[in-house]
Ligand binder design. Structure first.
Ligand code: FAD
Length: 427
């Protein structure tokens, strides 16, 4: 540990591994420090990984990657207090654009590949502080040890202590964070495939909106793995803590699991894992500073996660930002400048990439989603409409359009809908 490194990477999740892998591939001496027992031990996702934007960055990573199932079916389940509406879209074919993953397996595999490229990975090691010299970050402090490098890359996740110590990030406002909590429920593979109508390696991603969050910001998710289900919820921390009804997160999950739409899917299943984690959801306006003298910030540490209402995406941003941070370090090395002047090419690379383009495109989403009616009024309206359409009364039944008109024909409804549509145009 007395050695000096080209780069020290703090955190062995996807962003850290991506940066380490890319730098080692380019012949750099890289040390990656991870506080967990192994990469994947402390890493949580829903989760599905979208691979198209990052496929070419890691060309030899995918063939043997431990994916669970290709997401062939997208489903949305809209829930009211008493009913639900399920929509299933099927049309995706192999090679799929996204795959369900379990981080304990995927990150472990990725770490092995990074080690093969030459990365030194030290686990069970927490970085406590930064070393400063000549007006720049010059390494990290681990217990009583000082480890030196030209550059440090902060990949230590959503509560990044390292970015904070470097003065690149302030402690966050709960409004800009969500909490995700989930279980992995093991199920006999044949039973799972029959239950979700799946062939071979096909999988399903199901989003739940409406009563699942009791009117609060968020939703539920279900992903099928090979022989298990990832089932959980993502909820705005501020709403969860401050809005009625005050129900603790674990109880929310229990209520969700008791819904008939969910309980039938997990029947005979065995819970094998429970986890919870914070998610950055502030979007473009609440990203951290990305670059300081001798330091770069990647992945969740920078705030690179988007909840678009339809999807939570963070994994490909983590891997992509790690890749671009590595490219920036290589460029800074050419320039022999590890101050912000040399490293700021990272921002340019991100700006030109899918990452910042997505963050700019979706920058108004957090505000547009901050609307209670999306989680209460509209799901109720959709379910009531279905109930009316399918209802056969004692007497004669009205035609379809007058039935719909009867539900939507009030001026107050259109005032609300028009106002919300204006906000929703930003989605
Ligand atoms: C419930 C939930 C559902 C999600 N669903 C999806 C999804 O379906 N699709 C998707 O793309 N994204 C999803 N996300 C987001 C995605 O999982 C994250 O964006 C992604 O994991 C971020 O990766 P990362 O490497 O930046 O951070 P992390 O995976 O959090 O890695 C940070 C690492 O740093 C280590 N560390 C922290 N501090 C230190 C320290 N001081 N010293 C050493 N090591 C340290 C930690 O142990 C950890 O291993 C979800 C997130 C959650 C919580």
């Amino acid at each position: 540990m007395d050695e000096r490194f080209d780069a020290i990477i703090v955190g062995g999740g996807l962003s850290g591994l991506a940066a380490a892998y890319t730098l080692a591939e380019a012949g750099q001496e890289v040390l990656l420090l991870e506080r967990g027992d192994y990469s994947g031990a402390k890493n949580i996702t829903g989760g599905r990984m979208y691979i198209r934007p990052i496929k070419d960055m890691f060309p030899d990573l995918w063939e043997k990657a431990p994916f669970e199932r290709g997401v062939a079916h997208e489903e949305v389940c809209v829930m009211s207090g008493s009913g639900s509406l399920l929509v299933r879209y099927s049309g995706e074919e192999a090679p799929y654009q996204s795959y369900s993953v379990m981080r304990a397996k995927f990150d472990k595999y990725f770490a092995k590949q990074a080690e093969r490229k030459g990365v030194s990975i030290v686990t069970k090691t927490r970085v406590d502080d930064l070393v400063w010299a000549d007006g720049k970050v010059a390494g990290v402090i681990v217990g009583d040890d000082e480890l030196r490098a030209d550059v440090v890359i902060a990949c230590d996740g959503v509560m990044s202590l390292i970015a904070e110590k470097a003065g690149l990030r302030k402690p966050g406002n709960p409004k800009h964070y969500a909490v995700g909590f989930k279980e992995i429920i093991e199920l006999d593979q044949e039973l799972l495939e029959a239950r979700f109508n799946l062939k071979d390696d096909q999988g399903v991603a199901r989003l739940f909106v409406g009563d699942v969050t009791k009117g609060k910001f968020g939703g539920g998710f279900l992903y099928t793995n090979k022989s298990s289900i990832s089932l959980g919820m993502v909820m705005g921390i501020s709403d969860l803590m401050n809005e009625e009804p005050m129900i603790p997160a674990p109880e929310m999950l229990e209520l969700f699991k008791k819904r008939p739409e969910v309980s039938a899917l997990i029947e005979e299943g065995q819970i094998v894992e429970y986890s919870a984690h914070v998610i950055p959801e502030g979007g473009y306006r609440h990203l951290s500073n990305l670059c300081g003298n001798g330091i770069l910030v990647c992945g969740d540490a920078a705030g690179f996660s988007i909840n678009s209402g339809m999807t939570v995406r963070g994994m490909e941003y983590a891997m992509g930002s790690g890749y671009y941070a590595a490219q920036a370090v290589l460029k800074a090395k050419e320039l022999k400048d590890f101050y912000c002047t040399g490293l700021s090419v990272y921002e340019k690379l991100l700006n030109d990439s899918f990452i910042m383009k997505d963050f700019k495109t979706f920058q108004d989403v957090p505000e547009a989603m901050d609307n209670k009616r999306l989680f209460t009024y509209y799901p109720e309206l959709a379910i009531n409409m279905m109930q009316k359409l399918y209802d056969i009364p004692d007497g004669p039944k009205d035609r379809i359009i007058p039935t719909v008109k009867g539900m939507l024909g009030f001026r107050e409804i259109w005032t609300i809908v028009t106002k919300d549509l204006r906000r929703m145009m930003k989605l």
